[in-house]
Design a protein around this ligand. Structure first.
Ligand code: ADP
Length: 642
């Protein structure tokens, strides 16, 4: 065991978080107490849970709690918990490093001058402990991990370094001592008992463990018989519990103020925004449970990190926290939902495996999914603007729900919003279907990297001319979603860049006749492009453009191929058809070139140019960029007079 004091540097990122927190959250300094209490309450939860299976971690009958102690003379505030504690490694890991890679990315962003956005964003990752440095110029943490004999003291002034050394006689749990900064006139003084009491009541009332403090009280002095002595008072010190300890979810809904829901949400998530929606209900009957769920307003930083794909709802059984992120309570695509479920009927020592197979848990999950979807449905119909904000933040996840097969009765797809060629706004599938003309046989969709590219896509030309609307899908998940979402309200969804187009019989006959006439030209072009395209044919889908690439009806789209490749996946090249607009003036020119000299090398060059520009129009790279550029240059040279 090391007996010496060691000095270590914070990771550079910790220092950045520290200064961001201290500077951007200064006006809300009092929340440091909420953050420390929330950590202490987590540590107590962990101990209580671990001791279910390891009874030697705490003496039987010991009560768990948090104690605040303030000393106005030395300006110190101490917060002690008898929870799980931390060993040396954990102190260094938890209080000296940054765990999340998203936090690192966030820091890079704020460094690039986006500091304005910092206060909003900062709440989205756990800054918890570091907020102590807003009010303290020195923080000492003494901790002993449950089950270990060694205690450790961690100490820092928040300026780049911390020290760590053994602490003799440390009690199990964690004591955090803050040396408070001086306060200016009119600012909150955290040495004041009543200030602390007010803050605890406000932000941490529902914490399930007692938060106690010794308070001084003046009372009438008593004589020997216990009677008040007229005009004389004395000061007594007594321990008071500052919080009501009633978990919010266990209280009747009617008695809960909106502010209390918000405070609990913030305690739970460390998100500083208000929740977008709160869902609180109690199921009664053969299986009793209570659920308190929140839909957040903003997308948390780590939503798409691989390690955070599990749902974020905690499972309690009769007041004991059993699992913080209980995957079984919600499917992964609803992982933005935060909250708590408390069951009265599950066994206390329920293990992960037991939870997985438990039919009661399965029923809770079903009900929670339905409640969330119903809440979204209600928001979509009555608060469209708000719903659109939600959609921007979390729509991609909702669409995952379709891919994962949870769209029974279109309950998920009817909640989806899409961009459309018709307007700048969002549309639902039901609204789209409502606008469909009676001759339109499918819901048209196209996937691509962004709205601008899609709007300019040649695939839309004929549809636009016919006044038909196309959904413009730009989210990477859309391609996956479409594999499952093949119809809505009896109308098939059809990707306009794949398969055949809808065409009147007489148009089709006319086009086929033209194709027959130009058969030799089309074959010559195909021969030149044999390596890259499956066929060269005439099309009815173009108006202004001369050529476009079209995939097989059930094939992979060019967009999906590009996405997979950019993720480093090996994707075989699928040959698509090059479709040519028979009405384009260029076609007449090519026909006469082919008629005069079927072997002309210029035909090959034109074929390459047609293919190249079709690739560019859909956002794909051309096959050989320098060759393409030199062909274009030759064309230009040929068309200007020297
Ligand atoms: P967060 O709480 O968001 O994880 P913090 O910076 O507040 O971030 O805390 C970092 C970690 O330090 C916590 O996740 C926890 O593991 C540990 N920790 C903080 N306070 C305590 C405490 N009182 N007892 C035990 N562990 C603690």
């Amino acid at each position: 065991m090391t007996t010496q004091t060691e000095t270590k540097s914070f990771e550079a990122e910790v220092q950045q978080v520290l200064s961001l927190v201290v500077h951007s959250l200064y006006s809300q300094r009092e929340i440091f107490l909420r953050e420390l209490i929330s950590n202490a309450s987590d540590a107590l939860d962990k101990l209580r849970f671990e001791s279910l299976t390891q009874s030697d971690l705490m003496p039987e009958g010991e009560s768990l709690g948090i104690v605040l102690d303030v000393d106005a003379d030395s300006k110190t505030l101490t917060l002690a918990d008898n929870g799980i504690g931390m060993d040396r490694e954990e102190l260094m890991e938890n209080l000296g490093r940054i765990a999340s890679s998203e936090t690192r990315r966030f820091l890079e962003a704020t460094q690039d001058g986006d500091a304005e956005a910092a206060p909003d964003l900062i709440g989205q990752f756990g800054v918890g402990f570091y907020s102590a440095f807003m009010v303290a110029d020195e923080v000492n943490v003494v901790s002993r991990k449950a089950g270990s004999e060694e205690g450790w003291r961690w100490s820092s002034t928040g300026l780049g370094e911390y020290s760590i050394e053994p602490a003799q006689g440390a009690a199990r749990g964690t004591v955090i001592q803050l040396r408070l900064k001086d306060v200016a006139e009119g600012e909150k003084d955290f040495c004041q008992e009543w200030t602390l009491r007010e803050i605890v009541k406000r932000y941490s009332d529902f914490v399930e463990y007692p938060i106690q403090m010794e308070v001084e009280r003046t009372q009438p002095k008593k004589d020997e018989e216990g009677e008040d002595i007229e005009g004389e008072t004395e000061t007594v010190v007594e321990t008071q519990t500052l919080n009501s300890m009633q978990p919010l979810w266990s209280r009747p809904k009617e008695e809960i103020e909106p502010g209390e829901y918000k405070d609990f949400y913030q305690h739970l998530t460390h998100d500083w925004n208000e929740p977008l929606r709160t869902i609180h209900f109690r199921a009664e009957g053969s299986h009793e449970y209570t659920a308190l769920l929140y839909l957040p307003k903003e997308r948390p930083m780590d939503l798409f990190e691989a390690e955070s794909k599990a749902s974020r709802v905690s499972l309690y059984v009769r007041r004991v926290l059993i699992m913080r992120e209980c995957e079984e309570l919600l499917p992964p695509w609803l992982r933005f939902v935060r909250g708590v479920v408390e069951s009265a009927d599950l066994p206390l020592n329920v293990s992960r495996e037991l939870v997985q197979d438990n039919p009661k848990v399965g029923r809770i999950r079903k009900r929670l999914v339905k409640k969330v979807l119903d809440t979204l449905d209600a928001m979509l119909s009555s608060e469209r603007g708000e719903y659109e904000g939600f959609w921007v933040a979390f729509g991609a996840l909702i669409k995952e729900g379709i891919y994962f097969g949870d769209d029974d009765g279109a309950r998920v797809s009817k909640l989806c919003l899409f961009q459309t060629s018709r307007s700048d706004g969002w549309t639902t599938l039901a609204e789209y279907v409502e606008r469909m003309g009676k001759d339109q046989d499918a819901i048209h969709v196209i996937c691509g990297p962004d709205r601008k590219t899609l709007e300019a896509s040649p695939h839309l030309e004929a549809l636009k001319a016919r006044g038909e609307e196309v959904l413009l899908l730009t989210d990477p998940v859309d391609e996956w979603m479409l594999q499952r979402l093949t119809e809505f309200d009896g109308k098939p969804l059809r990707a306009v860049d794949r398969g055949a187009t809808q065409e009147a019989d007489e148009d089709k006959a006319e086009r086929e006749a033209k194709q027959e006439e130009s058969k030799d030209l089309l074959e010559a072009l195909h021969k030149a492009l044999d390596e890259h395209v499956s066929e060269v044919r005439f099309t009815g889908r173009l108006k202004d453009s001369v050529a476009v690439l079209v995939g097989e009806e059930h094939g992979m789209s060019a967009h999906l191929e590009r996405m997979l490749r950019s993720n480093g996946r090996e994707v075989p090249v699928t040959k698509r058809a090059l479709e040519i607009n028979p009405e384009h003036s260029l076609v007449a020119g090519l026909r006469s070139l082919h008629a005069t000299d079927p072997k002309s090398p210029r035909l090959v060059e034109f074929a390459e140019l047609l293919h190249g520009q079709a690739l560019i129009a859909e956002g794909s790279p051309v096959v050989d960029a320098s060759r393409f550029a030199s062909l274009v240059t030759q064309l230009m040279v040929g068309s200007v007079e020297p």
